[in-house]
Design a binder for this molecule. Structure first.
Ligand SMILES: *Cc1c(COP(=O)(O)O)cnc(C)c1O
Length: 458
């Protein structure tokens, strides 16, 4: 039995071959800190009767594991096999290659963000997106901000501060993360006037609520729920007419807002942004990282005079976009100019457009290999049909037929234990638990090798 003397001093260890290699890989300061923590723990263990020589022999491997874990970011790339294509907690849309390249170039180089290359004078950062947005949507003008929540906040403030906004009771939404329409209105300095009932709102309800105090009429896409049954809603074209007659602006918050017609992918038809603009709303707002498939951003499109008021609003500076995202957005919007190749280039639409038969064939191909990798842990894998969804509040009640791997093991907690193991991999794999199994929906897995390589680390 050897005691404290079997342990190396910190200096001795750092000048050993193993110590030098660790300091080279992770830096001297972090290595020394991890080493001291381990040596303290080992001295305590020896006081409790552990063998010093045995502990010392295991030191290099333990330190390598400690330093490896500390160096690993929780933001490392994961595999989204949840079946939710736009998963808010997994960062929503992943960018097209073109957008990622543009973002990288913007990070590494100076660029004419607020500089007019023609005249050498001052430019505006939104100019880089304004032309494309007008071209793609038919809107008169456009402003871009941090996200759609900011777009709604600044639009409400610019149109209605100190005045009233009329909204249907059926559209007073709450989106995840404490975004509640009544609270946003209060913060924007706008007084909420609710009209209609939860299930039915009529043109008269809006007309009767209009007073000299009215600042705007607000229409909100009921992103994450659907009211069904005995319902009535005033559609945007009719509401635009009511607003125009009363001389108050109509703000239409689309939420997800797609620039492409989703029905060509076999998905439920949602009005496109261009249609919402054509329907006569004075301002339209939507997100950059939902169906559009770009980085986090919020768009405000519409009347030139109202966009000018938004650009002059002091909140604009607080919610403006950075150069990296402007570059990525510009590259993303450019892809929409070439609709024939859009699905191939834009991951969000590419995932949504994948036919179930193709995903099923992939699941059947992968099941035996994944089963082989999990057998040692007591789990089996088989191909099974499942249902994906768009996510982020687009067509919330619609399931998209998909396929994936159904992973099962012994014991009631088998799916949870496997889910935890897969979450902690160097490349985390995120699935969902359904009906006593861990389901890996393969809709967003484009390369089989990504899954196999991630699992090999088990
Ligand atoms: C998602 C959503 C928002 C918020 O958009 P973010 O880009 O997440 O800030 C606002 N309104 C509606 C209707 C939405 O669906």
């Amino acid at each position: 039995m050897s005691g404290f003397r079997a342990l190396p001093s910190a200096d001795q260890f750092l000048s050993s071959e193993a110590g030098r290699a660790l300091a080279e890989a992770h830096g001297r300061t972090p290595t020394l800190a991890a080493l001291r923590a381990r040596l303290d723990a080992m001295r305590a263990a020896i006081r409790d009767g552990a063998d010093g020589a045995a502990l010392a022999a295991g030191l290099p491997e333990l330190l390598a594991a400690d330093l490896g874990a500390a160096a690993r970011s929780a933001l490392r790339p994961a595999l989204n096999l949840t079946g939710t294509v736009l998963h808010t907690n997994l960062g929503r849309a992943i960018l097209a290659e073109e957008a990622a390249k543009a973002a990288l170039a913007a990070m590494r180089n100076p660029l004419a963000l607020e500089f007019d290359l023609e005249s050498g004078g001052r430019g505006q950062r939104d100019d880089h997106l304004r032309g494309l947005l007008r071209e793609l949507t038919g809107a008169e003008d456009a402003a871009v901000v941090n996200n759609n929540a900011a777009a709604v906040l600044i639009a409400l403030n610019a149109l209605g501060q100190g005045r009233e906004a009329i909204v249907s009771r059926g559209e007073l939404i709450e989106i995840g993360g404490a975004f509640r329409m009544p609270d946003i209105m209060a913060r924007a300095g706008v007084r909420l006037v609710e009209v209609g009932t939860t299930n039915r709102t009529h043109p008269r309800d809006y007309e009767d609520a209009i007073t000299p105090e009215t600042g705007l009429i607000l229409k909100v896409h009921t992103s994450n729920y659907r009211i069904e049954g005995f319902t009535a809603e005033v559609e945007a074209p009719r509401l635009a007419e009511i607003a125009r007659r009363a001389g108050v602006p109509l703000l239409n918050d689309l939420g997800s807002g797609s620039l492409a017609d989703l029905s060509i992918y076999g998905l439920r038809r949602e009005p496109t942004v261009a249609e919402a603009v054509a329907e006569g709303a004075d301002l339209v707002t939507f997100s950059g990282d939902k169906l559009l498939g770009g980085p986090q951003a919020g768009f405000i499109l519409g009347r030139k005079d109202l966009i000018a008021a938004i650009n002059k609003n002091p909140l604009k500076r607080a919610v403006r976009l950075d150069k990296i995202r402007i570059a990525a957005l510009e590259a993303t919007l450019r892809l929409y100019r070439d609709p024939e190749r859009l699905t191939r280039r834009l991951p969000t639409l590419r995932f949504l457009a994948r036919p179930q038969a193709e995903i099923r064939a992939q699941a059947e191909r992968l099941a035996p290999q994944v089963g082989g990798l999990l057998a040692g842990l007591g789990y089996g894998a088989r191909a099974a049909d499942c249902a994906s969804q768009i996510g982020s509040g687009a067509s919330p009640t619609d399931a998209i037929p998909s396929a994936g791997l159904r992973l099962t093991g012994r014991g009631g907690d088998a799916p949870d234990r496997l889910a935890a193991l897969l979450r902690r991999l160097p490349r985390p794999i995120i699935g969902h638990i359904h009906d006593g199994a861990l389901i890996l929906d393969l809709r967003c897995l484009e390369r089989d090798a990504d899954l196999l390589e991630a699992l090999e680390a088990l």
